[in-house]
Design a protein around this ligand. Structure first.
Ligand code: 6PG
Length: 229
């Protein structure tokens, strides 16, 4: 499906609006890690929405404990959850501390308990994009890209820093979401944006696989990432 591309001087407020609206609607939402979403999470917390009916999942997690500064859950806790004025959402974090194998099994089980057998139908998945065009913890050329039956994979070797094992939703699970939103900023991502959303799909650019398979894809970019600055 062709991705809807939105270029804004600062795309974080738009990402925050999408998150807050989904929360208000009581959605099943998957958050991303990395540094880009921090401001979007802070702004989403300030929007004054009711998060109490929403459920938060994660697209991927580093295999560290929830207090570790590399934890994607910790990022969301600090930037979003602790800042919510009212009751928070249900939390279904990936237990990275269990390691890639047991962590993936546990998360697959949690998804199955909520969504039943088959792929999870998350309402909104927020993703970042790496300079190598990875998304979640699906790195270029990784065996995890070929996984079609499972919703979750353990990733022993990360393709970029931090060099810790990961647990990640698969291409199919990410693409099964009602809406996939990429939030991408900075000139160092411009080439990856072209590879992910303009060029033919390829395992060398994992985000292109998700974008091609998903029913609805929005790409929020700043002018630098869009290559129009
Ligand atoms: C992670 C991610 C990863 C991230 C990209 C972009 O856990 O590392 O979920 O896919 O979104 O690497 O990261 P930045 O926002 O830091 O550039």
């Amino acid at each position: 499906m062709a991705a809807r591309r939105i270029v804004l001087d600062d795309p974080a407020p738009r990402a925050a609006e999408l998150l807050a609206a989904a929360a208000e609607a009581g959605s099943q939402i998957a958050l991303t890690g990395g540094s880009t979403p921090r401001r979007a999470y802070e702004l989403a917390a300030e929007a004054g929405s009711d998060w109490s009916r929403a459920t938060l999942w994660w697209g991927d997690e580093r295999c560290v404990g929830p207090e570790d500064e590399r934890s994607n859950f910790r990022l969301a806790r600090e930037a979003l959850l602790e800042r919510l004025p009212g009751p928070g959402p249900a939390i279904r974090r990936i237990e990275g501390e269990l390691g890639p194998v047991r962590g993936a099994e546990a998360y697959e089980g949690a998804l199955r308990d909520t969504f039943g057998a088959g792929l999870p139908r998350l309402d909104l998945v927020l993703l970042g994009l790496g300079p190598d065009a990875h998304c979640a913890s699906l790195f270029p050329g990784a065996p995890a890209l070929d996984e079609r039956a499972r919703a979750v994979v353990g990733v022993e070797r990360a393709g970029l820093a931090p060099w810790v094992a990961r647990v990640s939703l698969t291409v199919s699970a990410l693409a099964a979401a009602g809406e996939v939103v990429f939030l991408v900023t900075g000139a160092d991502k411009a080439r990856a944006v072209s590879r992910a959303f303009d060029e033919p799909l390829s395992g060398a650019a994992p985000a292109s696989l998700v974008a091609a398979e998903a029913a609805s894809v929005t790409v929020l970019l700043d002018p630098e990432a869009a290559g129009t600055a």
